[in-house]
Design a binder for this molecule. Sequence first.
Ligand code: PMP
Length: 313
Amino acid sequence: MQNKYAFFNNRIVPIEEATVSIMTHALNYGTGAFGGLRGYWNADKEELFVFRPQQHFERVLYSAKMLMIDLPYSVSDLVNILLTLLQKEGYQQDCYIRPLVYKSQPLIGVRLNDVEGTFSMFSVPFGRYVDAEEGAKVAVSSWRRISDNSIPARGKFTGAYINSAFIKTEALLNGYDEALVLDQSGHISEGSAENVFIFRNGKAITPPVNSDILEGITRRTIIHLIREELGLEVEERPIDRTEFYVCDEAFFCGTGVQIAAITEVDRRPVGDGKMGPLVSELRDLYFNIVRGNNDKYINWLQPVYATTPEPIA
Ligand code: PMP
């Protein structure tokens, strides 16, 4: 099953009609920002659940703010557009949703001020993002993460993903599944498109939000689950490369990757080289929650078919 529609120019249109000019500012200069959400199909409940859309749209809006794009939508307007789009698609399978805000004006001139922007959204059926979710082999990249004083990693900017693409390409061409990236100070920031955690001596550690990371929605979710459900401490502090060599367990998290165990770093085994008990427990917890099988966290999910959206103005 393929996607058929997009939200474009303030209405739902057939996907073939959602096209832009070659002169579009964002296409020329990378002046866009995007989001990435997942919808999980629960066959027993005959429902499609979108994970934490409010948080995702808040991030889309603050990325837009950094690009000086003032959208005429609130977070609840964006949820309403999302519901309208997904109901029209009618998926009965997992999907991925891509909101996109971008400088749409056909204009030559590198700047952010006084350039018009717009918002669009589409979705696609989706499965795994990283094949090796149960045991990713990674290397520390020879590329550095973009920094807040060049291209802020806090914004999910389209142009910034050239950095992620260099990182991921190098990893794949060298036979790895993913990479860890150092920030300008030489500490681990994150993966090419996912946040990272280690477990060491019964405590979880993850880089802080000022280590040039994207402020991940999954990261925030996992911090909560480790504290509240696993009953362990979470430290947000810079992580050295060699801490990955001596930690007990490590994992990536993100909307795309979900939770993926990291079992090898720089050809060295992490822990005993297999997915460990804490990552395994977190994965079970996470997958139950996102698919709508854990009532305690059901309010983190937006049901698609049980909700009647407002007409789009
Ligand atoms: N870091 C980067 C660079 C990413 O692209 C992503 C994916 N959006 C993440 C982290 C994870 O963020 P989230 O959990 O909000 O999907």
